[in-house]
Design a protein around this ligand. Structure first.
Ligand SMILES: Cc1ncc(COP(=O)(O)O)c(C=O)c1O
Length: 401
């Protein structure tokens, strides 16, 4: 009865999450140090302001007059957001979507046919596999080099390009390594895109959360023939439930025009985004400015706390993230899966082994975006356990045991 695709759409609970569920069933509280939902960590858009904005939005959208690209006022607000960052993106070339995940699907659909290839960073947040399966494209991983602070190896990336390649995905700040692509990496990437006539899909969902720098280098405005810049409200304003995202196209005029024509039909088929949030979005940008700045400062402070524990205990090595919510710990040969299970059993702290993100060798991934009191509570236990694993029990946790 079902399609081949449907038969591949099943996710089995892995051992780590079975263990977590067992602990919860025994009423043991588990501290989740990996969730990307920052609402759970105390980052919430002020309720009174949001209510007011949404009431006004609902009044402005009483009569349904959908625009396939999304309301022009909302697209102008997105364009102004980039203008304020020195990037010119025409509101006429912006499409509203219900979030970045769907923006990816739209990009894959307009750029690639069945069996065509999209180059994606490895390691990576496990988001693409199902999107690729649903859209029939083949993902070709290009690796980020941990020995060079998780930078892209541009020559190696170019060697992976074939006559089926259609686009390169850039995620910066990157999830989970926290790598922020430098202007040189972006220039190299754009040059390759131009040479091989490939689009760049630039996922910037963590753009507002930079560590130790103020400006995010972006491919928009580069020489690449087509750039799709993706972002949305889910991380920026801690509003994942609003399902408000966008893709902003730039590059060669005729390519952008062609892409927008195709996107108009796709989006018209489904119609873009809830009208209330569309009408409310300019005000969320305006009133959310101070909220967003406050979130960014608080998240910077979260990293400072985490870094103090990691540094002072020397429990493992890591590369300081340039942005985002995550840090990747290097376990120097210890079995990451056993280590994550041990930490969950002993400390009741949930963090992920690196293989969840297609990371090579032994790593653990955790989010430092937590309430400061929780960080101060859990990090001493976590860093002590990590130090113990390396010094007292290394034999039990070696990869080959
Ligand atoms: C790198 C990256 N891109 C995209 C998304 C999904 O974004 P959205 O909530 O806008 O669909 C996530 C979610 O965590 C992410 O980590």
């Amino acid at each position: 009865m079902f399609s081949h695709i449907a038969s591949r759409l099943h996710g089995e609970t892995n051992a780590l999450y079975r263990l977590r569920d067992a602990l919860i069933n025994q009423s043991i509280p588990v501290r989740d140090l990996i969730s990307g939902n920052i609402n759970d960590q105390g980052f919430v858009f002020p309720q009174d302001r949001l209510e007011e904005i949404l009431v006004r939005g609902s009044r402005q959208s009483k009569i349904y007059r959908p625009d396939s690209f999304g309301r022009i006022q909302a697209r102008e607000a997105v364009s102004e957001f980039y203008n304020n960052r020195g990037v010119s993106l025409d509101p006429g070339n912006i499409l509203l979507t219900p979030g970045t995940s769907l923006s990816y699907w739209y990009c894959f659909k307009i750029l690639a046919d069945e069996g065509d290839e999209i180059l994606c960073p490895q390691p990576s947040y496990p988001l693409f596999d199902y999107i690729a399966l649903l859209s029939g494209v083949r993902l070709v991983p290009y690796s980020l080099d941990e020995t060079k602070n998780w930078t892209m190896d541009i020559d190696r990336l170019e060697s992976l390009i074939s006559n089926r390649s259609r686009a390169i995905v850039l995620i910066s700040p990157h999830n989970p390594t926290g790598h922020v692509a430098s202007p040189e990496e972006i220039a190299g990437l754009s040059e390759i895109a131009l040479r091989h006539d490939l689009a760049i899909i630039s996922d910037e969902v963590f753009s507002e959360f930079l560590i130790g720098r103020k400006v995010l280098p972006r491919p928009a405005g580069s020489e690449a023939p087509l750039i799709c810049t993706l972002n949305g409200f889910s991380k920026m304003f801690a509003l994942p439930g609003m399902k408000f995202g966008w893709m902003a196209l730039s590059g060669e005029q005729n390519r952008v025009r062609q892409a927008m024509r195709a996107l108009e039909i796709i989006s018209d088929t489904f119609l873009p985004v809830n009208e209330v949030i569309q009408a409310a979005s300019p005000e969320i940008f305006r009133q959310g400015e101070s909220v967003r700045i406050d979130f960014a400062l608080r998240i910077g402070e979260c990293w400072n706390i985490a870094e103090r524990y990691l540094e002072s205990t020397g429990c493992c090595s890591y590369i300081k993230p340039g942005g985002g919510f995550y840090v990747t710990l290097h376990l120097d040969g210890l079995d990451e899966e056993k280590a994550a299970e041990y930490i969950l059993n002993k400390n009741h702290i949930l963090i992920h082994p690196g293989y969840f993100y297609d990371m090579k060798s032994s790593h653990l991934v955790l989010s430092f975006v937590q309430k400061p009191e929780i960080l101060r509570d859990v990090l001493p236990a976590l860093t002590t356990t990590l130090s113990d694993l390396r010094t007292r029990h290394p034999g039990n946790f070696n990869k080959d045991v």
